[in-house]
Design a protein around this ligand. Sequence first.
Ligand code: NOJ
Ligand code: NOJ
Length: 545
Amino acid sequence: MRLLSTLLPATCALALVVDPTAGHSIDSVALSSIRRPSVFARVSSFSWLRKQSPILISLPDAAQDSDFASWLSLQSVRSFEGILANIGQDGANVAGQNVNPGVVVASPSRDHPNYFYHWVRDGAITMRALVDEYENSGNASVKELIDAYVDNVRSTQWTSNPSGQFGRGGLGEPKFEVDGKPFVGTWGRPQRDGPALRAITLISYARTLQRRGAPMDSLRYLYELIKPDLEYASKFWASPGFDLWEEQQGLHFFTAMVQFKALLLGQEIASDFSDEGAARWYHIQANGLKQFLLSFWDEERGYLIETLASPRSGLDAALLLGAIHGGSETVFPIHSDMIITTLQALVTDMRARYPINEQDSYDSNRFPTAVGIGRYPEDVYSGGDLGNSELGNPWFLCTATVAHTLYGLVEHLALSNSALIISNLTADFYLPFISPTPGMEPHYCDFSATAIWSRSAAILRFMPGSRETEQVISNIFHYADGFLKIVKKHADAEGNMSEQFDRQTGFMRGARQLTWSSESVLGAIKMRERAVEAIEKRRAYFQRF
Ligand code: NOJ
Ligand code: NOJ
């Protein structure tokens, strides 16, 4: 509540300082974030706006920052090329190196560290980006790569490995040799997010083909690959495994989120293939997961934690990745209060953690600044072969993930015709984006015109078109850009990105040309495009008055 009292004049501050836990049981917070989304298309409820004089959102003028604008368009092309370069068998970085068709190599780096493997997670996340590309462009060579991946999934699923065999735990194996053989070295296994991510990718591919006219029956071959992964997610979500960073055994938010999403989509597709028994089973398990996911909210710390019963702080970029890859409209969408407050806690930690982040926390306009983001506060993996003996660094993919989340929030807010609701939980995040009205009398409540103070729910409510709401939308957009500008600063001129950038010097380190770095930056840029579109729609709407 610190910020509420500094931003508000004394009289208002008194009214707003309340028990920070009041009205914020998990259910009420989750509900308030669920009820908020509404579609801009239903414009009739905007009619009251006629009475207001809305402040137009200022979109960043491309001309003002042409450097950044041209980097964005170049980098999205380069990121896409960066992905293709690491896919077998002909990708520029992997050709002639015995990489099977459709295999996604995590990085061409073969030592310090050796990432020349096919990780199930990295592969599924990357192929999801190609499916989106195919959905939009219909590009036949992209389709060829996805089809090669599909064939590869079939043989991977049946490859016996140290986690087990097909149907007996084998799907939990995290990585394979690039020629399809099992990886037999010691590793953090099993990792239970892989099958879920793969199911999500394959289901979205099936849906894309369907939208492009393929009869459902012709897609049964995909369902035959999807089903074993859904069975795995549905049967093992309550069993501990290693986290996505391959370090901690336990139960993890990211893993549970993607399992939830897989089962949610799985229930629909099972039913489309008249597999009703399976559809019911996935439905029941998804409901179980939905309840289970609430246990990751830590009321005392005031943010979500990544791993249950872990000695760590629990803050982790994986929480945001969970919302991006696993969120749904009703369960931790990226714009939900719990995700946003968690993002705020993570950024606050990272701001103080790495020497390269040392700077004023607020820019000359007194808005918060972006910083480089690492995996989690306690991270000591520096990206080489030294194991866990150094200090962690910021990662490209984690920094891009914060940008992605913020653009997702902007899109949501810009498309919403309901009030912006700032709760006790999110006040520290939102209020710095509202600039105090200059020349305001100290006893006059700044927000009186637009804010409705509800004591019981401890929330501020700002109407669409109010100065505060529109400022929040445009300032968060600029804030998100800040994170991509950090990516820009540390990537090389060709758009290559390694895994990490050095906490002291900012130079790239860790596995070079990491596929996942490219995917995450591409994903953030795409989400930015959606945010811009939403802002433009909102602006066009307001201009009618
Ligand atoms: C490699 C893993 O992939 C990485 O996530 C981990 O931090 C290091 N090994 C150190 O255990
Ligand atoms: C280490 C990361 O921690 C893990 O998440 C990733 O799958 C592998 N590197 C490969 O990129």
